[in-house]
Design a protein around this ligand. Structure first.
Ligand code: NCD
Length: 363
């Protein structure tokens, strides 16, 4: 049984299989009537707001011929009565053939994957990761002929708390890509992610402005400031508006650059960009359906693929129970919210210990 928790699992072999199957799904979308998934049920558990991710999962399951059930409001689940995440997962995995979950704590997906009895998919866990957005992003680049070795991608906005960028960076490990990053000083990529990326051959170049970033990239990936994830004392108003992509900037500094955004946008991407032929973010949002159809078909075993191409995080980097005194200091980590869960750690390439759930370095 395979689960998708982290974009680290997206090996080149897996992505090769995924693109092949997703290309087929793009074609079956225009033909209608795929019935691969008839009789299968997808369970969707959204403890945080979502438009694109939840609806595109539901659409994907229905287009495969299956059905879905679930909740989009944690208040309507037993979590509001104090049920633990582990119990909710154990129960709902008896009602569905695969589970999709979005949760507000960092690392919730890794915990849930230990308690599910059916394939489990991370649809966003707090400030940590969002690997199916990355599959959507990479499928968009693949369909545009822009995915390959040595890509030059600009990442702009909230790179500290934005889980879409964290997953994108991890999926680009070992591709030789260069990430040109532009973020307010306090919202730069987490230092441990930069170190890990560089150790895996990814180049990360900090830019001070969009004028500096744009001429160097073939893709610019805009993200919003994650207002709801800022720590106390971080001033949203001071951070928003620092990097705003406008039509004039694109036209003057790189009219060829493909513009992506996981959406929703707030102020960081002007509506005047929408009409440019290089603005691809709505196509990207629509790619969420074939991307998720392909992933579901793979994890439900409806298509043939090499299952070992999707290793578990434990297989990728090893793991052991934390000893007393080894404690994750991230107050938003699931391990500090769900007290029954066993603390687990792994050692990164530099020998630093990380929490297995949220990936943060231990103090
Ligand atoms: C993203 C998310 O939820 O992390 N949205 C999405 O799934 N497309 C990005 C965001 O909320 O800014």
């Amino acid at each position: 049984m395979n689960s998708l928790i982290s974009a680290r699992q997206l090996t080149p072999e897996f992505l090769g299989e995924f693109f092949r199957i997703a290309d087929g799904m793009v074609e079956s979308l225009s033909r209608h009537g795929a019935s691969l998934g008839a009789g299968h049920i997808l369970g969707t558990m959204f403890f945080e707001p979502s438009t694109r991710t939840r609806l595109s999962f539901e659409s994907a399951m229905q287009r495969l011929g299956g059905t879905s059930l679930g909740f989009a409001e944690p208040k309507s689940s037993s979590a509001s009565k104090g049920e633990s995440l582990a119990d909710t997962i154990r129960v709902v995995s008896g009602y569905a053939d695969a589970l999709v979950m979005r949760h507000f704590t960092d690392g919730a997906a890794r915990l849930a994957a230990d308690f599910t009895s059916v394939p489990f998919i991370n649809a966003g866990d707090g400030r940590h990761e969002h690997p199916t957005q990355t599959l959507t992003d990479l499928l968009t680049l693949h369909r545009l002929g822009l995915y390959g070795q040595d890509m030059k991608i600009g990442a702009v906005g909230d790179l500290k708390y934005g889980r879409t960028v964290h997953s994108l960076v991890k999926a680009l490990f070992d591709t030789g890509a260069t990430i040109y990053s532009a973020a307010p000083e306090t919202l730069r990529l987490p230092a441990e992610l930069v170190e890990e990326a560089q150790a895996k051959g990814l180049n990360i170049v900090d830019c001070d402005s969009l004028e500096e970033l744009l001429p160097q990239v073939s893709v610019v990936y805009m993200t919003r400031i994650q207002k709801e994830r800022l720590d106390e004392g971080e001033d949203y108003q001071a951070l928003a508006g620092r990097y705003v992509l406008t039509r004039e900037l694109v036209e003057q500094h790189n009219p060829e650059a493909c513009v992506l955004h996981p959406l929703p946008r707030v102020d960081e991407l002007a509506y005047s960009v929408d009409d440019l032929p290089t603005a691809k973010y709505f196509e990207q949002a629509h790619m969420g359906v074939p991307a998720r159809m392909a992933l579901l078909a793979m994890l439900l075993g409806l298509v043939r693929w090499r299952q070992e191409s999707l290793p578990t995080p434990r297989e990728l980097h090893g793991e052991r129970p934390a000893s007393s005194g080894e404690r994750c200091a991230n107050t938003r980590c699931v391990i500090n919210c769900e007290v029954f869960a066993p603390p687990l750690v792994w050692a990164d390439g530099a020998g630093k210990l990380r929490c297995s759930y949220c990936d943060q370095e231990l103090d």
